[in-house]
Ligand binder design. Structure first.
Ligand code: APR
Length: 317
């Protein structure tokens, strides 16, 4: 079946444009709706529509065209947001992005209540609880259908391990659990397949820190020009494509994502999940942690709990 409607909300952005480019190439997508508030949005859609792949692309600009974008969507991917500008505090940024995600989730609730929702907008740890609360209030919440995109953490871990081991990074499987920022990112290097070729624990800890802080590597290298967009788009497309393969009945589709969870005291938690016709089919958990990984989990928990509470408090306002 190539009959799925995918919406990119924030399609004119640094992440949104390459994300839409990648999704336009998926033969499972029959309709690709590009939504954004930026004036360039219809142009982005027109540009993509000239690609010779089956997906029909439509552009939707501004809140009055949001409904037509979201209507009957199978998957809604959300990279909409604002980057931090000079003079803006973290709280300002949070409130702006939180309002954007809240409004988009409200529209999903009314126009596409069965859609799978994949959230890229940061802070992901808080945005997934916000969208979930909004859908709950509207009476259409299904925890199997809301995902925080943590795929970039997995992609980075595999890229770095591929480099260290001298193998194709696509042959590396590595679970990354927890959340999607700093100490909440917990790469389970002990479970990497193939095993990471690092001799001592010091090097394992260095690699762990590199994965946790990889976003900062990009921010520094872009020298004021923003944060990760291209690798994030790649990662967002990878999760979206996996969601579509699951919807389409493919078996054994497994990805890490940040979802509603009762595995730990955190109400939302990332780990490998099995995807299927209804979204999350089965939470696969995270297996056995070694002593170092247990310590990382302990360090992550207060931050993750705080992030979740911040999101829930915002949604309740
Ligand atoms: N509805 C839809 N789109 C919006 C809205 C809104 N209410 N507000 C802003 N946007 C759009 C902007 O017009 C822009 O095209 O979101 C896009 C964001 O793109 P960039 O500013 O280039 O930011 P980007 O680097 O893509 O990051 C977006 O993803 O990783 C996270 O932290 C990052 O939250 C940020 C988001």
């Amino acid at each position: 079946q190539n009959n799925y409607k995918v919406v990119v909300a924030g399609a004119a952005g640094g992440i949104g444009q390459p994300l839409a480019l990648l999704l336009k190439q998926n033969p499972l997508v029959s309709r690709l709706a590009c939504y954004d508030i930026a004036p360039v949005t219809p142009g982005v859609a027109a540009d993509l529509s000239h690609m010779d792949t089956p997906a029909k692309v439509t552009g939707h600009k501004g809140p009055e065209e949001l409904g037509s974008a979201i209507e009957n969507a199978d998957v809604v991917v959300i990279p909409a947001g604002v980057p931090r500008k000079p003079g803006m505090t973290r709280d300002d940024l949070f409130n702006t992005n939180a309002s954007i995600v809240r409004d988009l989730a409200q529209c999903v609730a009314s126009k596409a209540p069965k859609a799978l929702v994949a959230i890229i907008t940061n802070p992901v740890n808080s945005m997934v609880p916000i969208a979930s609360e909004v859908l709950k209030k509207a009476g259409v919440y299904d925890p199997k259908r809301v995902f925080g995109v943590t795929t970039l953490d997995v992609v980075r871990a595999a890229a770095f391990i591929g480099e260290i081991n001298g193998v194709d990074p696509r042959s590396v499987t590595i679970p990354v659990i927890g959340g999607h920022s700093g100490v909440t990112i917990i790469p389970l290097l002990s479970q990497s397949q193939p095993a990471v070729k690092l001799s001592d624990q010091g090097k394992i800890q260095e690699l762990t820190k590199r994965i946790q802080e990889a976003g900062t590597e990009v921010v520094k290298a872009k020298a004021g020009g923003g944060s990760a967009t291209l690798s994030m788009a790649y990662a967002g497309a990878r999760l979206t494509n996996a969601l579509l393969r699951g919807l389409n009945g493919e078996s054994n589709v497994v990805e890490c994502a940040y979802v509603k969870s009762d595995l730990t005291e955190a109400a939302y938690f990332a780990n490998p999940i099995l995807l299927g016709k209804n979204g999350l089919e089965k939470n696969l958990g995270y297996g056995k942690l070694n002593a170092y990984e247990q310590q990382l989990l302990k360090e992550a928990m207060p931050e993750l709990l705080k992030n979740i509470k911040t999101g829930e408090d915002f949604a309740k306002k």
